[in-house]
Design a protein around this ligand. Structure first.
Ligand code: AMP
Ligand code: ZN
Length: 134
């Protein structure tokens, strides 16, 4: 996709600080890091969300996430990570090319886990919602 900033990084039209690369993924330091070593991992094919990508691409992406996480662990020795992605604008996605955030966490950094993103209870009881998935 021509206008996609991450495709431009893949084509080397925009520089990046590479953390890990293989045939299928590129991982680079986020320019607005949430913590030291915050990295994004992108597939080398364009897709806006995981639902737009082939399964084999997603499999390789997850392997790339693992290898990148290990590399960050070795380089920076964090105490843990938050690993995930924003899916669509309402959830915070600003770049329309799938990217997995790897956010190193350090004891006492004051951050929260996934449960800290939002807390707005559904009006529908869980038992009722479950019926939609039968
Ligand atoms: P999201 O908000 O989930 O779409 O995440 C996009 C991320 O990409 C943000 O954390 C940005 O800081 C990061 N970002 C945008 N442009 C660049 C770039 N040229 N190099 C590195 N990271 C970038
Ligand atoms: Zn793209």
């Amino acid at each position: 996709m021509d206008a996609c900033i991450f495709c431009k990084i893949l084509k080397k039209e925009i520089p990046n600080y590479t953390v890990y690369e293989d045939e299928h993924v590129l991982a680079f330091l986020d320019i607005f890091p949430m913590t030291k070593g915050h990295t994004v991992v992108i597939p080398k094919v364009h897709g806006e969300t995981i639902c737009d990508l082939e399964d084999h691409v997603l499999e390789k992406l997850m392997v790339g996430v693992k290898n990148t996480t290990k590399k960050i662990q070795d380089a920076l020795n964090p105490d843990g990570f938050n690993i995930g992605w924003n899916h669509h604008e309402v959830a915070g996605q600003s770049v329309p090319h799938v990217h997995v955030h790897i956010i190193p966490r350090f004891n006492g950094d004051g951050g929260k886990g996934l449960h800290g993103i939002i807390k707005k209870d559904s009006d529908t009881p869980v038992e009722e919602l479950a019926k939609k998935f039968i």
